[in-house]
Design a protein around this ligand. Structure first.
Ligand SMILES: Cc1cc2nc3c(=O)[nH]c(=O)nc-3n(C[C@H](O)[C@H](O)[C@H](O)COP(=O)(O)OP(=O)(O)OC[C@H]3O[C@@H](n4cnc5c(N)ncnc54)[C@H](O)[C@@H]3O)c2cc1C
Length: 461
């Protein structure tokens, strides 16, 4: 059946799914296809959110309902730029929405960053969340680890590194990750922020959680809280109740008696990373310059250098978007160039019929909920542009499958995801360890495809 409007969305993370759902509720007679490079949907909710955050992972339940209605067709294992071009989509769809998010680490240019034992948080996150495109093993050999960054991803990384293995087993982590974490000899994880305790980018829940990890002691250092007047001024200047709560939480930790916990997470502030130190190409330590708070709310170097003996360094200094063939990219911000979701070229001229939403639209900041308001803005613009859109020439619902098949692309469908989802849940139910596991993820891409396309039945191992 030919619809009035045909729209392709690229990227089945929350942004793409919300965009499809909002568009399907506008009352327009619209066909929506949602393309995803992985065999499974949900983007960073499946491959970014920490496995020990089941409540957040639970957001997939409402996204599942949106896709299960059938008004948005999921087409997985199709990579834009490799399997399909913008021209391919424009021939078959009246509008294209790019929602490809961000998966790689922002860069940090300090000496020693290339040493063995210096890692990007995004790579580690992809490993522990079972992303199919990263190596299956991760070198967890360090006893002392530095994590650079003061956002929630730094806290996720520190917590996953420090948690006792049995605590992680309750989650959906794949077997190789459970085995890797269980063998880790880590004792101390140090999280470093360049600025002060009132300038953290954590959220209060994630921070408080750090103080409640079983068998792990969280330690803050009195010297970082000495300049109480400057910290209070920064809290007041932030105007944020969340900041006030977090500073209060951390000050509370200053007075707690030390315990004999097997593992520790240390939160350090006012430490600007200067160099990662190494011997024979491997990390042996990290050097910082101490900073102090200034009246304008920033920090200034003090000239005092500090070194910590660590055998691994994880930089959690932000994610960064990747360019896509045929689309204008802003190298500075790591986003597709756009004005409120309408894609524009280098000169700021609109590229009609092409839109962006989510992290690739506004940069890798903000929570899952923000991608919903983001999608609303983009869809509002698309709807108001509808009359003027140049109509695609090939309007059949099957045209895209004929193209993919002609190129030998082994795409997966919504039914395929349902099969894979059931398979992972069955693996969780069959697990014989003494904890209840809702699912165990299948990592290998070929295995995911085999299950999703019915080559490997649900009862197969
Ligand atoms: C480590 C980490 C932890 C987080 N924890 C939380 C949390 O606890 N709570 C919270 O609210 N938010 C959390 N967030 C933020 C949340 O994940 C993001 O706000 C949200 O996922 C952004 O959605 P998105 O759809 O724009 O991007 P993504 O979720 O990245 O989805 C983009 C999708 O596009 C696909 N794609 C990319 N390139 C292509 C291509 N060429 N062709 C086809 N498909 C492509 C990707 O595979 C992916 O599925 C976390 C983020 C990170 C990085």
């Amino acid at each position: 059946m030919s619809r009035d409007l045909r729209v392709a969305i690229v990227g089945a993370g929350p942004a793409g799914i919300y965009a499809g759902n909002i568009l399907s509720s506008t009352g327009l007679d619209v066909a929506i296809d949602l393309f995803e490079s992985l065999p499974a949907p949900y983007g960073l909710i499946r491959y970014g959110v920490a496995p020990d955050h089941p409540r957040i992972k639970g957001i997939v339940n409402s996204l599942h309902e949106m896709l299960d209605r059938g008004t948005v067709r999921f087409i997985g294992n199709v990579e834009f730029g490799r399997d399909l071009t913008l021209a391919d989509l424009r021939r078959r769809y009246d509008a294209v929405i790019i929602a490809t998010g961000a998966i790689r680490d922002a860069e940090l240019s300090i000496p020693g960053i290339e040493l063995t034992g210096s890692y990007g948080a995004a790579d580690f996150v992809s490993w522990y969340d079972g992303h199919p495109d990263v190596p299956r093993t991760w070198p967890l050999e360090a006893r002392e680890i530095a994590v650079l960054g003061n956002g929630n991803v730094a806290l996720d990384v520190a917590r996953v590194l420090a948690k006792l293995p049995h605590d992680m087993l309750r989650t959906d982590i794949p077997e190789n990750v459970a085995a890797g974490l269980a063998a880790s000899p880590v004792t101390d994880v140090h999280v470093f922020g360049r600025r002060g305790p009132a300038q953290v980018k954590f959220t209060p829940i994630e921070l408080r959680e750090l103080g409640e990890v079983d068998g792990v002691e969280t330690i803050v250092s009195a010297e970082d809280f000495e300049d109480a007047a400057a910290i209070d001024a920064a809290v007041a200047a932030s105007g944020s109740n969340q900041v006030k709560v977090m500073v209060r939480t951390m000050r509370g930790w200053l007075d707690r008696p030390r315990t004999d916990a097997r593992r520790r997470i240390h939160l350090h502030f006012l430490h600007n990373p200067a160099a990662i130190l190494g011997t024979d190409g491997a990390v042996t330590g990290i050097r910082f310059e101490r900073t102090r708070l200034t009246d304008d709310g920033t920090v200034r170097g003090t000239g005092e250098l500090r070194e910590y003996a660590v055998q691994a360094v994880y930089r959690a200094v932000g994610y960064f978007g990747s360019p896509l063939p045929g689309l204008p990219f802003d190298d500075r911000l790591g986003v597709i160039r756009n004005l409120e979701g309408r894609v524009v070229d280098e000169a700021g001229q609109r590229i009609p019929g092409v839109y962006a939403t989510g992290w690739i639209k506004r940069g890798p900041v903000g929570l899952i909920g923000h991608t919903k308001s983001d999608a609303m803005e983009t869809i509002e613009h698309l709807v108001s542009d509808t009359e003027g859109l140049v109509r695609a020439s090939e309007r059949s619902d099957d045209a895209i499958f004929a193209l993919l098949e002609s190129r030998g692309v082994q795409y997966t469908t919504w039914d395929g995801w349902l099969a894979l989802d059931a398979h992972e849940r069955a693996l969780g139910a069959a697990d014989t360890s003494d904890v209840e596991r809702e699912r165990i993820k299948v990592v290998d891409r070929d295995a995911q495809i085999a299950i999703a396309t019915g080559v490997l039945s649900q009862s197969s191992p």
